[in-house]
Structure formats: structure tokens, C-alpha cells
Design a protein around this ligand. Structure first.
Ligand SMILES: O=c1ccn([C@@H]2O[C@H](COP(=O)(O)OP(=O)(O)O[C@H]3O[C@H](CO)[C@@H](O)[C@H](O)[C@H]3O)[C@@H](O)[C@H]2O)c(=O)[nH]1
Ligand SMILES: [Mn+2]
Length: 750
């Protein structure tokens, strides 16, 4: 009884939602079985009486099968969604809390503004956690002088900021967010003393910010034009502290980079931090943050501890994941910056199984799980060195009784610093298992996905916590170009796993719970499956219509209702999910549009990228997401208008499909008398156009900078008309062959 009342966390499963999900899943599958029956029966028809060429029919059927398969895999997410509540006030006293290391990654001071990065650092230092038990590490992959300088300045400013937050119980501990008008901290009455103090701190913040901006300008030229420094520089580790106030340890780490050595992007940076922090503070738990993801609620560490201090589940938890949430989402959220489906539906669904997928940022990781079972297995020292590299000090840090080098007053001696530099050198990982079996894994540019996946395969579980107040807030993409570039990288990273020997359908089904493996399969394959099937749906029925070939049953056919049911059932389930997760019809429309646009564009490029990487003709690359705000682009974004100032390569496919559908829809309207025969393809075009009306508007109506450039329209028109021409030629050949067979048959009879 006593036990129960003191539980640190609770888990809740919404019964009605589960009932709806499962019944819908059942009914939808029955309809799909009918569809498959209808499509297969075509194969047994007399080839001479078939209404369409076999290969077109097979193409449409294959797309329907792909979509059905990905839908089926996705059902695993809807089987048992849960949500969790925690009770941090029931945690033991501060002395009993385990230490935490915070890892923040930055890579380029031009794309990742220094003031914002330092705000993230400050917000992490200000977490509501005992200062001696908190250590903040920043990895600077840019090796930029401004970042090092910024850290020193941040350390000085923290000396004022941290006591202020603590004394007045400030909730928003990212100074930039706090001093912006949007902060909700001071909505209630505050004393004069507080107001005076706030003003002083705010002035200091302004000075701090100005000094960063000035230094950036002074150093800017040196920093950004000296490409050799970003790709070619020695390791640098600096421990910063200000002894006048009890503050978390602050450590700057710029790992060594040489052009001859692959640096493995963010995963490489995180592994360098794991090693460096291993010999400095070696905390058992690690919070990982992207440089734009500031801590919006200081209690996240305590919330995570509600799981790690529950001895019943703690030994099996690899990580506690919070959702990525964003500070700069506009009202219309045209680019789905909130990633609604992922963070409000799918991760809750996985949490009811074995836990959510690792999501890059905003998670508390159990350090030991990244080191594998090698230590417990009692391996010899030489064997450990083969796995972890040559540093004796680091290998000692793997042991349970290792005493970290941070002394109780938060300072750090100089010996570990020497070791830390060695650990951050680019040669350190040669002939070791870093990135393959230990640490964050290198196989895919979606390092988060693959690392979490392998942990689940080894039997670890994860936990998803989605509290009302966002724990972390980042900067989401606000232009179509950034969205599609980011989408291409993600697709490439995911498909890379989906088509490798680690494909969850083969590798994971026996290694984790079956349903969990289906979720992983869905995520690793959806970009490929969607791009293949949506390309098909966007052009094949339409070309069929233009050349008089029918691929769908007539309205009077008894199978027509099956197609209608599947279409309506899929759309209404999507709408239902949008509505229960706080969205509107507009959200639903946006998501349908993005689904189509991404499947036609970024998913295709990403999948191709992954395929070429597998074939060995292309190397992995990581294009950073832009985090600098551009006034003109922001304006379009705030107005909810798509910004088509996008690379031609990414935009042409989308515009081509739109033009093709305009043509097929118009031809359909002209042939309206045959509606019984052509309703399905005409309606399909109509639906595509209604959802993507913004594209038509971008071609014809808009005059602003964000419209679709004339060159893109021209190129796309050329491509779509070539496709139409090809299909007309194809259909003439098809008709001739049918006619020829008919003539043959009849002349023989005569
Ligand atoms: O060589 C690199 C490249 C990136 N980063 C850092 O990695 C983070 C994520 O990069 P970003 O450009 O913001 O990528 P996003 O697509 O916005 O990030 C999402 O996708 C990544 C995987 O593709 C995950 O690592 C991230 O956590 C997740 O937020 C940033 O802090 C970067 O500074 C490095 O440290 N080194
Ligand atoms: Mn990001």
C-alpha cells in the first residue's frame, strides 16, 4: 500500500482510443483484403479481354500493396498508446541524486548563431539540480574561436544568472527567452526588489550579448574564411569555472579534425564527449541537446530521475526521451514544425511497447548502455583496449568504483585534461569499436535512430515523457527549402538502415518485441515506400485517363465501394488523430500536403542517396539545418504561405506532378459524359489539386518573391508533357497489339 502511494511515476492507457484504433485497424484490413482479391483476379482474366496493359496494372497494384504494407506496419503504433506522469517531489534528497553530464553539440557559428548556442548552454547550467552534480559540455565541431570565447563569456554571465534564477524561482532559465516578452514568468505580482534585480541582470545580459556579437564581427572573417580550421585543427579542451559561486562545471571540447579522417558528424562529436567527460566527471546519466534546444523547464533532470531512481525498471532503461518541441512555430504551422504525428501519436504508441525511438535531442541516456556488456563480461585489459582504445584512464572510468576527477568543490585538476585531449584526437578511434559497437553508432546519418534501435535490439527499453510544459525548445525549419533538405537527410539515414542487413523486418523481429520491431520497420522504410507509391498514384492513373486506359473499377462495379471505403477510412483516421492531438482541419490539410510533397521530392532524393551509399557510389553527408532567421522568409512563414524559393532539384518533381494533374483533371471534365468509367482517376486528380492548391497559386497567382519561379514552371511543363506524349505512344502500341490479336483470331476462324 505504502509502496503504491510513493510511486515516482504512473502510466496511463486511454481505453477508448485503443478501442477505436483496434476496430479501425480490423475494418480497414478487411477492406484491403477485398482490394487485393480484386487486383489479383485481374491476373486470371483472359489477356485478350483485359482493359489495361498488364504492367500498368501491376504498377498500380504494387503501389497499393506498398501503401497497405506500410499501413500494416504502422498499426503497431496504435496498438497500445500510453502516457506518463511523474512525481519529482517524491524523489529522495539532493545528496542522493546521481550526477548528470549535459552534452551540447554545435558545428557552425554561421548557421548556428552564437548567442543562441550560449543561451542553450546557460539554460543547461541553470537546471534545477545540485550544482556539484551537473557538468555541462559543449562540443564545437566548427573549432571556432568565437565559440570558445562565447563559452568564457557565458561562464562569467552565469555567475549572475544562476543565483538570480535560484533566488527568485525563475522557470524560464534561458535568458533570451526570459527577457523576451513571450516569457510567462512574471505574469503575477513581483516585488520592487525583484524588478530592480531583474533590470540589473537584463543589463548584464545585454552587455554579454553585445560582446558576443562584436567578437563575432571581429573574429568573423578569420573564423569563417579559414575553412582549414573547421576541417583541420587539433583537439582543444578547456574547463571553465568561476569559484565565487557554486556553479556546474563548464567544459569546452573541440575534437581534433583532419581532412584525412572521417569525423562521423554528430555521432562522432558525441563519442568524443563521452570519452572526455568519462575522465572528468563520468556521470552515470547524460542529457544530450542540439545547440538550439534550450532547457525551457529546469525540472527535466528531476523528472527523468523519477524513472532512473525506480529500482524496478531502472536497470533496463537506456534512455528517457522528451519530445522535441519548438519555440518558433507559427499559428498555421505550414511545415508541421511540431512533428505532430511523431511526438503526439507515434512515440506514445511505442511507449506502450518497449519505448520510443531515440530522437536526437532532449533525452537522458544511461551512460553504461552505450558501453555494451563488455565490462560485466570480465574482459581482459587488452580486449577492452581493442574495444575502447588505448587510454588507461578512460578504461578505468568504465569500472564501477572509478572516482571522477572533478573535486568536490567543482574544480578539476590538470591531469585529466591531458588525457582528455588524447581522447578527443581523431586517431583515438582507429582500430577500436567506437561507432560500431560502443558509443553512438556511425552507420547512418540518422545516428539517433540507429543507436536507439541497436539498444532496443539488445533488450534495453526506453521511456517517453511528454509533460504539458515543454522541457526543451528548439528552432524548427521555417522554409520549404530547409524542410526538404532536412527531410532528405532523414530519409537517407532511415532508408540506409531499412535496406541494410539491419532491416528491422529481418534483424529485429527476434531481438525485440514483435510490435516494437514493426514500428522500427515502418520508420526505416516509409520514405522509400511512400515515394514509390505516391509517384505512381500521382501519375499512372492520370496518364491512363489521358490515353484512355482504365485501371480502376467503374462506379457501377461491385468493387467500387471497396476503393471508396479504403480512401475514406484512411483519411478519416488521419483526421481523427489530428483532432485528438489538438489539431484542426487545417492541420490535417497541411499534413496531407506535406506528405505528398515530401514523398514526391525529399523522400525520393533521400532514398536514392541511401541506395547509392549502399552501392558504394556516394559518401554520407550531413547538411546542417539552418537556424538563422531571415526576415523576408519569416514573413511568408508567419503568413502561412509556402516559400517556393527552393532548389530547382527539389521543386521540379512537385510542380511536374501538379501540372500533370491539372491536365488530367481538365481532360476528365471535358469527358464528363463517361463519368462512370473515369470517376476514380478524375477524382484522384481533383483531390491532389485541392490539397495542393498552394502550388497552383504559386505558379499562376502569386507575385511575391516566394512564388514558383518561371524557370521551374517551364521545366516542369516540359517534363509533364513529355510524360503525356510517351504515354500516348504507349497506348497506341497497346491498342494495336490488342487489335492485332483480334484480327489474327478472326482471320484464323474465317
Ligand atoms: O558534424 C556535425 C553535424 C551536426 N552537429 C550537430 O548536430 C545537431 C543537429 O543538427 P541539425 O542541423 O540541427 O539537424 P536537425 O535535422 O535539425 O536534427 C535532427 O536530426 C539529427 C539527425 O539527422 C539529430 O541528430 C538531431 O538531434 C535532430 O534534432 C546540431 O546541434 C549540430 O550542431 C555536429 O555537432 N556535428
Ligand atoms: Mn536541429
Amino acid at each position: 500500500m505504502m509502496e503504491k502511494s510513493l510511486r515516482l511515476h504512473l502510466c496511463h492507457a486511454p481505453k477508448l482510443q485503443i478501442f477505436i484504433n483496434r476496430s479501425h485497424g480490423f475494418l480497414h484490413s478487411v477492406a484491403l483484403i477485398f482490394l487485393i482479391y480484386h487486383r489479383t483476379s485481374f491476373l486470371f482474366q483472359d489477356p485478350k479481354t483485359r482493359a489495361a496493359p498488364l504492367f500498368l496494372w501491376l504498377l498500380v497494384f504494387a503501389s497499393e500493396l506498398l501503401l497497405s504494407l506500410i499501413w500494416l506496419l504502422g498499426q503497431a503504433f496504435h496498438w497500445l498508446p500510453v502516457s506518463r506522469t511523474v512525481f519529482p517531489e517524491r524523489l529522495p534528497k539532493d545528496e542522493k541524486l546521481p550526477p548528470v553530464d549535459v552534452f551540447i553539440c554545435t558545428a557552425d557559428p554561421d548557421k548556428e548563431p552564437i548567442v543562441d548556442v550560449m543561451n542553450t548552454v546557460l539554460s543547461a547550467m541553470a537546471l534545477d539540480y545540485p550544482a556539484q552534480k551537473l557538468h555541462v559540455y559543449l562540443s564545437d565541431d566548427g573549432g571556432a574561436a568565437i565559440t570558445l570565447l562565447g563559452m568564457r563569456e557565458a561562464c562569467k554571465f552565469a555567475r549572475y544568472w544562476l543565483p538570480f534564477c535560484k533566488r527568485f524561482g525563475i522557470k524560464t532559465r534561458c535568458p533570451k527567452a526570459y527577457f523576451s516578452s513571450a516569457s510567462d514568468d512574471d505574469s503575477s505580482y513581483r516585488s520592487d526588489e525583484f524588478m530592480a534585480e531583474k533590470q540589473i541582470i537584463q543589463d548584464k545580459y545585454e552587455v554579454f550579448k553585445e560582446s558576443l556579437l562584436r567578437s563575432k564581427e571581429d573574429l568573423g572573417f578569420e573564423d569563417t574564411n579559414n575553412i582549414t580550421t573547421t576541417r583541420d585543427h587539433p583537439a582543444l579542451v578547456e574547463v571553465m569555472q568561476d569559484n565565487s559561486y557554486e556553479m556546474p562545471l563548464l567544459v569546452y571540447v573541440s575534437r581534433e579534425k583532419r581532412p584525412s579522417h572521417p569525423h562521423n558528424f554528430k555521432a562522432g562529436a558525441l563519442n568524443a564527449l563521452l570519452r572526455v567527460s568519462g575522465v572528468i566527471s563520468n556521470s552515470p546519466y547524460v542529457l544530450v541537446l542540439d545547440c538550439d534546444m534550450y532547457c525551457n523547464d529546469p525540472t527535466s533532470a528531476r523528472q527523468a530521475m523519477c524513472f532512473y531512481l525506480d529500482s524496478n525498471i531502472s536497470p533496463s532503461i537506456a534512455f528517457v526521451q522528451f519530445p522535441q518541441r519548438f519555440r518558433n512555430i507559427s499559428k498555421t504551422d505550414i511545415y508541421d514544425g511540431q512533428m505532430r504525428s511523431t511526438f503526439k501519436i507515434l512515440w506514445h504508441g511505442m511507449d506502450g511497447l518497449k519505448g520510443p525511438i531515440l530522437s536526437g535531442s532532449g533525452f537522458y541516456m544511461n551512460r553504461d548502455c552505450l558501453y555494451g556488456n563488455f565490462i560485466q563480461e570480465g574482459n581482459e585489459l587488452t580486449e577492452l583496449k581493442n574495444l575502447f582504445g588505448l587510454s588507461n584512464e578512460f578504461i578505468k572510468s568504465l569500472g564501477r568504483n572509478y572516482k571522477a576527477n572533478v573535486i568536490s568543490d567543482g574544480s578539476c585538476s590538470s591531469t585529466p585534461l591531458k588525457e582528455a585531449k588524447l581522447l578527443a584526437s581523431c586517431f583515438y578511434e582507429s582500430h577500436t569499436k567506437w561507432g560500431e559497437e560502443v558509443g553512438f553508432l556511425y552507420q547512418s546519418v540518422a545516428e539517433d535512430f540507429f543507436t536507439g534501435y541497436m539498444l532496443h535490439c539488445k533488450g534495453w527499453i526506453s521511456v517517453y515523457l511528454n509533460p504539458l510544459r515543454p522541457q526543451f525548445l528548439g528552432t524548427c525549419v521555417t522554409s520549404l527549402n530547409d524542410l526538404l533538405i532536412q527531410g532528405t537527410r532523414w530519409s537517407s539515414g532511415l532508408v540506409d538502415i531499412g535496406i541494410s542487413s539491419f532491416c528491422p523486418l529481418i534483424y529485429a523481429t527476434l531481438r525485440m518485441s514483435f510490435l516494437e520491431s514493426l514500428c522500427y520497420a515502418e520508420v526505416s522504410l516509409f520514405p522509400l515506400f511512400y515515394s514509390l507509391s505516391l509517384w505512381c498514384f500521382a501519375i499512372i492513373p492520370q496518364l491512363g485517363l489521358l490515353s484512355g486506359i482504365s485501371l480502376y473499377p467503374e462506379v457501377s462495379n461491385s468493387f467500387f465501394p471497396i476503393f471508396a471505403t479504403i480512401f475514406l477510412s484512411a483519411l478519416s483516421k488521419h483526421l481523427y488523430e489530428v483532432l485528438i492531438s489538438g489539431g484542426s482541419i487545417q492541420t490535417w490539410r497541411n499534413e496531407q500536403r506535406l506528405w505528398m510533397m515530401k514523398s514526391i521530392s525529399s523522400h525520393v532524393y533521400g532514398s536514392l542517396d541511401a541506395i547509392m551509399k549502399r552501392l558504394g557510389v556516394r559518401e554520407a553527408s550531413f547538411l546542417l539545418t539552418n537556424k538563422v532567421e531571415d526576415d523576408e522568409k519569416s514573413k511568408l512563414y508567419q503568413m502561412g504561405k509556402l516559400d517556393f524559393q527552393t532548389s530547382t532539384r527539389l521543386l521540379v518533381p512537385v510542380v511536374t506532378v501538379a501540372i500533370l494533374n491539372v491536365v488530367s483533371f481538365l481532360v476528365g471534365v471535358v469527358r464528363i459524359k463517361e463519368w462512370n468509367k473515369i470517376l476514380v482517376p478524375v477524382f484522384l486528380s481533383f483531390y491532389i489539386l485541392v490539397i495542393n492548391y498552394a502550388i497552383i497559386e504559386g505558379i499562376i497567382i502569386r507575385k511575391d518573391k516566394g512564388r514558383i519561379p518561371a524557370s521551374v514552371t517551364l521545366l516542369s511543363t516540359l517534363i509533364s508533357f513529355s510524360l503525356i506524349l510517351l504515354s500516348l505512344i504507349g497506348s497506341i502500341i497497346f491498342r494495336r497489339s490488342i487489335y492485332g490479336q483480334w484480327i489474327n483470331k478472326h482471320s484464323r476462324k474465317a
